[in-house]
Ligand binder design. Structure first.
Ligand code: NAD
Length: 356
């Protein structure tokens, strides 16, 4: 795995990835750290226990810092918790030259990036993702945000961190169920951009490899570098997420919460069915990919659920335009198209077909 990935532009972060990521980050702290008046870590209960000590022990240049700790879980990625963190920073006397380092999974990096982006109109932040999903997806591309009134990512901003530090060794302590979540996003990257990568992921015995983390990072980084604000190509990364987010919001509010990755896996199955009907995605590949997803992510229990149970959450989707649902659909593996109009009837049919 490459140890240091190039700067993409002046506003994009310094990216340190691979086994030596922490020593590169230490060097960055040595150079840039003195410009900051104070350093604040945002962690959750698990990353406080498993990751912070390992990180701090590896960074010789890390000055004294304050720690802001939240409980673990998606419920923390909320408007209310963001407000509490803003108040905590103010109480600790953080000024505009403070640096916030978010050390955790996608919840902590989305929340930390958001809080840093709005505190006193924006302070610098660094993202250190510690989950597979965070490393391959959430921490890349400058999207930060929180859930509001149960709606996923209703409030958010685009803003890159100053640095992104991806050290795969953090995954040693990540529970297996969350490894699977990260895999869902890598499968998405394969489906929209790289058939060979998808094949490798489906065949792979190992839960993850450093090369797979790097390939996923590269796919997302390249797409976001072309279209940071999601006016066009970046929409491709929403494959599986239109249905996935609606299902995730529904489960969060009405039933037992499902993880992001599992909802995205379900969303990909449905959106592949739509792709078969609307863009002629090959049926043999549908059978192969959906069979794999249903099995790996235990999706057969969705048989019991109907489209009408969760469809109201779709109206919140940010990717819709002029009252129409717009989806990312696939013509083939590696050939994705955004802004594809879909009717409620088509979606209902695809949902039923996907899990019957
Ligand atoms: N900003 C984006 O572009 C983007 C993209 C995809 C997903 N997301 C967001 O990411 C979030 C999901 O991220 P996630 O799956 O990482 O969830 P998460 O942050 O809740 O982490 C999953 C669990 O793993 C624990 N954990 C994390 N790292 C650990 C480690 N190294 N050792 C032990 N435990 C560890 C966490 O405490 C948590 O319990 C969702 O809110 C989703 O909306 C954002």
């Amino acid at each position: 795995m490459c140890d240091k990935i190039k700067h993409l532009s002046d506003s994009s972060p310094s990216i340190f990835a691979g086994p030596e990521a922490l020593s590169y980050f230490d060097g960055w702290l040595g150079e840039a750290g003195s410009a900051y008046s104070a350093i604040y870590f945002l962690v959750d209960a698990n990353t406080a226990e498993h990751c912070l000590v390992r990180l701090a022990a590896s960074l010789e240049q890390l000055p004294e810092f304050e720690m802001l700790e939240i409980p673990a879980g998606e419920e923390q990625k909320s408007w209310e918790v963001a407000g509490q963190l803003l108040a905590a920073l103010a109480e600790l006397g953080a000024d505009r030259r403070a640096l916030l380092i978010a050390l955790g999974g996608g919840v902590v990096t989305d929340l930390g990036g958001f809080v840093a982006s709005i505190y006193k109109r924006g302070i610098d932040h660094v993202l250190v993702p510690t989950s597979l999903l965070g490393m391959t997806d959430a921490a890349i591309g400058g999207k930060n945000g929180v859930d509001l009134d149960g709606v996923k990512n209703l409030a958010g901003v685009f803003r890159h961190p100053r640095a992104l530090v991806v050290w795969p060794d953090f995954l040693d302590t990540l529970p297996e169920e969350f490894i699977l979540d990260g895999r869902a996003e890598s499968i998405k990257h394969g489906l929209i951009a790289d058939a060979a990568f998808l094949g490798e992921l489906k065949r792979g015995e190992e839960a993850w490899t450093a090369a797979q983390v790097e390939r996923s990072m590269a796919i997302k980084t390249e797409i976001c570098a072309e279209d940071m604000l999601e006016r066009g190509k970046r929409k491709l990364l929403n494959f599986g997420h239109t249905v996935g987010h609606a299902l995730e919001s529904h489960m969060l509010q009405n039933e037992t919460p499902w993880s992001h990755g599992r909802c995205v896996a379900a969303g990909m199955c449905v959106e592949i069915e739509l792709s078969v009907e609307l863009l002629g995605f090959p049926v043999s590949k549908r059978d192969e990919v959906n069979g794999y997803l249903i099995d790996r992510f235990a999706l057969s229990e969705l048989k019991e659920k109907t489209f009408s149970q969760w469809r109201s959450w779709l109206s919140y989707d940010k990717k819709n335009a002029e009252g129409q649902w717009r989806f990312v659909l696939l013509k083939d593996v590696g050939e994705a198209k955004y802004d594809q109009p879909v009717t409620p009837e088509q979606l209902d049919r695809a949902w039923t077909k996907a899990f019957q």
